[in-house]
Design a protein. Structure first.
Length: 453
């Protein structure tokens, strides 16, 4: 069995050489040349900290301390490239894996990726087009991304890990993304000219846009390089559910459109997440249809158009007391109180920050109110409602002007109503107040013409 002993000694010597030799071989002399070639290719300055080769567990090359851009828009802690050793002798070099660790990508770096990917090296020459018969010079089997972070202008996403599996021709087979906290998982698979998306999240808050807290979120759809069609979006949040679909495009500017069905969602935390004054509580039901078009994604909020019927059940309007405001003796416009209701319903139309609520109806026991209110982009209120508080001196419908702001609303009886009430009181005493107010309201409508929308 001497041959077995001899083979073991030879194998041990090979392993020792693979482990020890890289410490005596430096590749740093090649760094300036590599930096120059990559910089010329992507038209951005590139810096490399160190370059080394190793033989175990498989022969590989490690590049560390990489920065791209004058302000280090892209930073990479380490890139490890593991080739198929014998493929280096053939026409097609096969890379088993590329492992990228500690990637930090800023907004500037993210914006530069399309231009870098479209360099001369990625385009066929004039009059030429790639054919299936052409053999690729390099074929990568998998790409691993560990501990990556996107630092965008408005938010940070990560750290997260990603895995990209590639077919023999270099085309993607699948990509998987998972955040380090495990709250978000996503899979992307090619399907002809588009990519199928399947994402799930639990206890997750999106890094951009409204600070919505999703208990559960599931998204299925398809995307191309220019648009996305998320045909199935389902979410659980704030005690209720949302089901809908969303389409987006970004080839020229950014476009957004979709619809949803909202059921039994607590409206107060929803308003807070949307950055709106939380002046109403209760369970919201709505069926919004929305769209937006803007030059940049961060301008979509101000360009949003939305329409929906809505109702809020078993809630409170904070900051105003309609019963108190309907009292002709009240002088503070019902300010600072609250109005409890069984149901608050209406139709909301929103266009570039201006919200118009029509068909407004408030029902709560002896209280009934209806009307229309407009909210300006600055949250200033204008409009009119008719309040009827049964069993009081003002049991007639009292027209109330709506003023103030969303956070500090004010409701005052109209001028005609106050004048009519004063005349009724003078003629018939307290019993004539309600009748006079009602007659005053009628008179105001007859003499005032149509109410402005």
């Amino acid at each position: 069995m001497k041959w077995l002993k001899w083979f073991g000694l030879v194998l041990g010597a090979i392993v020792l050489i693979l482990a020890v030799v890289p410490f005596f071989i430096t590749l740093d002399d090649y760094i300036p040349r590599i930096e120059k070639e990559i910089s010329a290719r992507i038209k951005e300055p590139v810096k490399i900290g160190s370059l080394r080769a190793a033989g175990l567990p498989l022969p590989h090359v490690t590049v560390s301390g990489i920065t791209v851009g004058k302000t280090e828009d892209i930073k990479v802690g380490k890139v490890t490239v593991t080739p198929e050793l014998f493929s280096l002798l053939g026409s097609t070099k096969v890379i088993r894996s590329i492992e990228i660790t500690h990637l930090v990508l800023t907004q500037k770096g993210f914006d530069k990726i399309p231009a870098a990917a479209g360099g001369d090296g990625g385009k066929p020459g004039k009059g030429k087009s790639p054919t299936p018969a052409e053999t690729p010079a390099v074929r990568v089997q998998s790409i691993k991304l560990d501990d990556a972070t996107l630092k965008l202008d408005q938010a940070t996403f990560g750290p997260f890990d990603a895995r990209l599996e590639l077919a023999g021709d270099g085309s993607p087979v699948s990509a998987n993304i998972v955040t380090h906290d495990g709250k978000l998982k996503a899979t992307v698979k090619p399907d002809g000219q588009r990519f199928l998306i399947d994402a799930t999240a639990k206890g997750w808050k999106p890094p951009v846009g409204p600070a919505l807290q999703f208990d559960e979120l599931a998204i299925k759809g398809a995307a191309t390089l220019n648009d996305a069609d998320l045909s199935d979006v389902r979410a659980k949040l704030y005690g209720g559910t949302v089901v809908g679909k969303l389409a987006a495009g970004w080839k020229s500017g950014v476009q957004l459109k979709g619809n949803a069905e909202i059921s039994q969602v607590e409206i107060m935390p929803l308003l807070k997440a949307l950055g709106r004054p939380a002046t109403v509580s209760g369970k919201l039901n709505a069926k919004p249809v929305f769209s937006a078009s803007a030059a940049k994604a961060d301008q979509l909020g101000s360009a949003l158009k939305l329409e929906t019927p809505f109702d809020v059940q078993n809630g409170v309007m904070h900051g105003v007391d309609i019963r108190k405001a309907a009292s002709l003796l009240n002088r503070d416009g019902g300010k600072g109180g609250e109005t409890r209701f069984d149901k608050l319903s209406g139709h909301l139309a929103m266009d570039r920050g201006t919200r118009r609520i029509t068909q407004l109806n408030v029902a709560s026991g002896s209280l009934a109110a209806d009307g229309a209110v407009t909210i300006s982009p600055r949250d200033e209120l204008s409009g009119k409602i008719n309040a009827n508080v049964g069993g009081s001196v003002a049991s007639a419908s009292i027209p109330l002007n709506v003023t103030g702001t969303v956070q500090s609303p004010l409701l005052y009886p109209t001028g005609g109503t106050v004048a009519g009430a004063a005349i009724g009181t003078a003629v018939a005493g307290p019993l004539g107040t309600g009748v006079g107010a009602k007659v005053g309201g009628w008179t105001e409508k007859l003499l005032g013409g149509k109410e402005k929308k």
